[in-house]
Design a protein around this ligand. Structure first.
Ligand code: NAD
Length: 467
């Protein structure tokens, strides 16, 4: 769907007018293409004294062949240990033109509130040196795993810092906080790569927790899903189509599912990605058995399930007929639970399996006219959080994405003013693309993401709603 305003303010004349009149100036975001490096520019690594995450971060940067500089002795030591080819960078001696594609700061050494000053020391001279579509990433310890209340307080404070940085950085740059549990240092790769790279173009202001899990396998990072089978519901168009294409690009055999009425669209998509298709209405009482029979007979199981199919049936509560409530709840929530129950009962999710469900910002912030939709989307968050321990026992994971304003047929149908407000009310001042949701799902689905479980990540450009 086209965003004419964005196109206009990105012309030379449009840029001048928007700047002078104080209008939002969305920039064209970098998006990932196969063969691109993880980070197309220099990364500056810094660390508070005594941190435990600079070393694993340096190792990830070395593996990703990133060009790096180090901002202090702690980061310099970590770079040396990780054999990261990095030279020292001194803020006092820096040239005007020194710019960074990413700033990565290990804050895990911060043990009390006085040491939060380390954030200022690292970021004050560097934050205005972040390039277009740049990245700011802070690494910390989950407060609930800290050794003392003072340390937990300081680590919790990082959230406010990162969310504010996300609102300050301009030109399509983003900011995230990654909490890495003690013992989960070897699980950082897939998450740090995702947030450094253009795959996370429309994700900002997020807090992610990485937990200890089985050692991640050796991966071809260009095609991490090679040999995996992924079921995607609602795959014939919109976000579901992008998910199917992205998982296939990453090497998966995709089984696309949609309602019989969309058979020809679904067949076109799955043919183009060399996947297969399954026609079913997920609310049919027989649907779980039909889906699982197919996965068992054709593939002897499944590795990834993406619950994307969903609908809206908007009306304010007093005007909402019962059907709008029950039909929607069945599609958006109950059908997922039924398929999930059957999956566990028949034990068809292979070891290292991944379930990802598509929630919505409405499920977090609420929305007038969407009591039914927001209830269902908050429900899938509840499902993810309550089922995470069950999946963890099987060395599998379950996570959710919560998209904000994504340019699809669903949002194109909104009235003009609502659509324009939805698009601009976020730190990136634009709507996301279906591929942005799909990339986030691909990160959850990666065999290297075993440490990510029970999480909800918003793909909303840091929406001002529900922040
Ligand atoms: P869409 O309407 O373009 O696609 C939804 C797909 O789900 C369709 O192919 C549809 O046929 C399928 N589907 C619906 N009911 C089904 C059923 N009973 N059985 C099988 N398939 C069924 O919508 P979209 O914008 O691509 O949204 C995809 C998901 O993302 C939905 O869950 C939606 O709630 C969520 N979402 C979208 C946005 C957005 O901005 N577009 C924002 C937040 C969340």
């Amino acid at each position: 769907m086209s965003d004419r305003y964005s196109q206009l303010v990105n012309t030379p004349v449009g840029k001048i007018i928007a700047k002078n009149v104080g209008l939002p100036q969305p920039v064209q975001l970098d998006r990932w293409r196969p063969g691109q490096p993880v980070v197309a520019g220099e990364v500056l690594l810094g660390a508070a004294l005594g941190g435990r995450l600079a070393a694993p971060a340096a190792r990830v940067l070395a593996d990703a062949r990133a060009r790096a500089r180090t901002a202090d002795d702690e980061a310099g030591k970590a770079a040396k240990e990780a054999k990261l080819d990095a030279s020292a960078w001194d803020a006092a001696a820096a040239g005007e033109g020194d710019r960074f594609k990413a700033l990565v700061f290990d804050a895990s050494g911060i043990k009390d509130s006085t040491q939060l000053r380390e954030l200022w020391v690292f970021f004050h001279p560097t934050i205005r040196r972040v390039e277009r579509s740049g990245r700011v990433i802070v690494l910390g310890t989950p407060p609930e795993e800290c050794a003392s209340p003072k340390e937990a307080t300081a680590q919790r404070a990082l959230e406010g810092f990162v969310r504010s940085v996300g609102k300050e950085v301009r030109k399509g740059a983003t900011a995230q906080l990654i909490y890495v549990a003690p013992g989960a240092e070897n699980q950082l790769d897939s998450t740090l790569r995702f947030f450094l790279s253009p795959r996370s173009a429309y994700v900002s202001g997020q807090v992610v927790r990485v937990a200890a899990a089985e050692d991640p396998p050796e991966l071809d990072w260009e095609r991490p899903l090679t040999g995996k089978v992924a079921l995607v519901t609602g795959a014939s168009r919109g976000i579901g189509e992008a998910i199917a294409r992205t998982l296939a690009r990453d090497g998966a055999h995709v089984v696309g599912l949609d309602v019989p009425a969309l058979a020809s669209d679904l067949e076109r998509v799955t043919r183009e990605i060399r996947g297969s298709h399954l026609l079913a209405d997920i609310t049919d009482p027989d649907a779980p058995a039909q889906i699982l029979d197919h996965l068992e007979s054709e593939h002897e199981g499944v590795d990834v399930i993406v619950h994307n199919a969903g609908v809206t049936r908007d009306k304010t509560l007093g005007r909402m007929d019962e059907e709008r409530w029950t039909v929607l709840m069945d599609i958006n929530l109950t059908a997922q639970e039924r398929i999930g129950d059957a999956l566990l009962e028949r034990d068809l999710l292979r070891k290292g399996g991944r379930v990802v469900t598509v929630s919505s910002m409405s499920g977090i912030a609420g929305n007038a006219g969407q009591t039914n939709y927001a209830t269902s989307k908050a429900g899938v968050i509840g499902m993810v959080q309550s089922m995470a321990p069950v999946f963890a026992e099987k060395q599998a994971t379950i996570n959710a994405v919560a998209p904000g304003f994504i340019e699809t047929q669903m949002t194109a149908a909104m009235p003009f003013a609502t659509r324009e407000i939805g698009r601009r009310l976020n730190s990136l001042a634009q709507g996301g693309k279906p591929v942005d949701v799909a990339e986030t799902i691909a990160w959850f689905a990666s065999p290297a993401s075993g440490g990510i479980n029970g999480q909800v990540v918003r793909v909303c450009g840091q929406s001002l709603l529900g922040a």
